[in-house]
Structure formats: C-alpha cells, structure tokens
Design a protein around this ligand. Structure first.
Ligand code: DAT
Ligand code: MG
Length: 149
C-alpha cells in the first residue's frame, strides 16, 4: 500500500487542531504508521523545502516551519498520496474548497495548516527525511475488510 508524509504545521499545532486533523485521516480509513511531535531544525526545513529554494517565499517558509512544534506522520492506504492531497485542498486556503482541511481552517497561504507529499518521489524523500525505517510501524488494521472491498 502507498505511504505518504503528512505534517501538521506550527499554526495547526498552536491553534489546537491536531486532534481534528488526525481524526479526518482516521475516519477516511487511512492507516497511521508513524508519528512524532518535533521541532524542525533549520537544516531539516531547508532539505524538506529544497525544491522552493529559489522562490521569494522560501525564507519565510523556513522560518515558519521552524517556528514551533509540528506533528510529523506517515499515513498508508490505497492512493494515500493523492487522497491526502484532496483532503488538504489547494495550497492557498482561499482557493481550497469547503470540506478540505485548508478550506475549513485556513485564510493565508503562509498559514495553511498542513503539509502532504505531492507525489511518490517526494513521499519517499520526505518519509526518509523525517523517519528512520525502524520508526515505521508495520501493523494490521483489524477493520481493513470494512474499508477495502
Ligand atoms: P503545497 O504545500 O500545497 O504542496 P507548495 O509545495 O507549492 O504547496 O508550497 C509549499 C508551501 O510554501 C505552501 O504550503 C505554502 C508556501 N507557499 C507556496 N506558494 C506560496 C506563495 N506564492 N507565497 C507564499 N507562500 C507560498
Ligand atoms: Mg509541496
């Protein structure tokens, strides 16, 4: 099954949205396979957002993601990467549909509450950046037959 990296950003943590966001992924039927509560170092932030290094918002982005604790997670499921992206909504919360995490909880693009990998390559890179392979838990979700046909 596909795995994706998801993070609740410092704004989501500060605003007390950890439980609500995790609950959405749980209710969807995705399976949590790794999770930690951490301060992202500047070095990790630079690597994580490396693709945006040349963008004008890069400095702000790194400052923001290192400004407070984040919840780093790996979720697993059929089409987990695109499912999480759909559940998050568009990058700018103003454009994100109601019912998506960013649509429901965000206003500004620089405070968009969650991160989710945008494809298989970024998922692999981001999972490996944030987690040791020993931290990914291999477990059987007993209700799986009621989620997948
Ligand atoms: P996403 O987080 O939807 O994958 P992205 O990878 O293009 O979006 O950008 C990473 C983050 O950078 C995004 O969550 C918020 C910030 N960002 C993107 N575009 C921005 C812009 N034009 N101005 C300010 N911040 C921006
Ligand atoms: Mg991205």
């Amino acid at each position: 099954m596909e795995k994706t990296f998801v993070a609740i950003k410092p704004d989501g943590v500060q605003r007390g949205l950890i439980g609500k966001i995790i609950s959405r992924f749980e209710k969807k039927g995705l399976k949590l396979v790794a999770m930690k509560f951490i301060l992202v170092t500047n070095e990790l932030a630079q690597k994580h957002y490396g693709e945006h290094k040349e963008k004008p918002f890069f400095k702000n982005l790194v400052e923001f993601i290192t400004s407070g604790p984040v919840v780093a997670m790996v979720w697993e499921g059929k089409n987990a990467i695109s499912t999480v992206r759909k559940m998050m909504g568009k990058t700018n919360p103003f454009d994100a549909e109601d019912g998506t995490i960013r649509g429901d909880y965000g206003i500004d693009i620089g405070r968009n509450v969650v991160h989710g990998s945008d494809g298989p390559q970024s998922a692999e890179k981001e999972i490996n950046l944030f987690f040791e392979s020993s931290e990914i838990v291999d477990w059987k979700q007993d209700i799986q037959n009621w989620i997948y046909e």
